[in-house]
Design a protein around this ligand. Sequence first.
Ligand code: BDR
Ligand code: CA
Length: 313
Amino acid sequence: MRKIPIILDGDPGHDDAIAWVLAKGSPTLDILGVTAVCGNQTVEKTTYNAQRICTLIDLHVPTAKGRLRPLIAEPIIATTVHGESGLDGPALPEPDFALEDVDAVTLMARLITESKEPVTIVPTGPLTNVAALLLAYPELKSKIKQISLMGGGVQYGNWTPAAEFNILVDPEAADVVFSSGIPIIMAGLDVTEKAMIFPEDFERIRALGNHVAVIVADWLEFFYQFHRGLGYEGAPVHDAVAVAALLKPEIMEMRDLYVEVETSGDFCRGATVADFNNVLGKSPNAKVLMGIDRKAFVDLLVEAIATYGEEKA
Ligand code: BDR
Ligand code: CA
């Protein structure tokens, strides 16, 4: 089977963690490396979380710490959503492997250079590392097949009325990525808030009984507690949609649109503005996901998590 070579770049984070569980449990993806970025928590914490997640899911690939802070903006962290550690909830194993002794950007550049095939990057946090990569190594753009990211929303935001967290944290980085010319799959709030996992699904996952399933169910419970306070009936597992879009695009509704990132403005900094009426006459730069077959998404997740209970070959 021909596998899609990917790099996971995120700020784990409960939904980042579940996205990575999905990626590792999916036979069609070849994870070349993992990089952590400052976002939900400081980069020290997200890197440590990345190592703990990779240890849990037995993902032993080159892993590196990313940028300390956004390109220009001051950091914003999301303690209210993910806790002090950035991944509060169930106890996790301590890292059983060391980080690469290079930073995330250098590691990504190395992995992309060494790959025989163009690589897909899957960012599920602020786009700081990815933008820094594109700025430092513009010659590698042709070796990046696409960027399947969680971020933005063409209808509304979640940290301001106009902006979603990942884009708001580093709008300048998002602007570099959206204007790069590299094909983008955008899993924004338009779709990720429909990728809802309900409490009955948590139990279905827990019942799989393997060590990863139990932790994922606990992560979902934790993530849900925050969202329940906002009136949600389940946990929107935003970041897993960026992975699912590579595995099962047929369960998504998508629109080809030209999307720009607002980097200034009093009210709209960090907004992802889509030209629905093609007023600018520009070619689309993103496949914007607008809908998802929720049940098929849950089935996909369950199928991937079930693989952690299988005997290793
Ligand atoms: C995004 O913000 C973070 O808190 C989540 O991990 C996700 O990537 C959703 O707005
Ligand atoms: Ca994230």
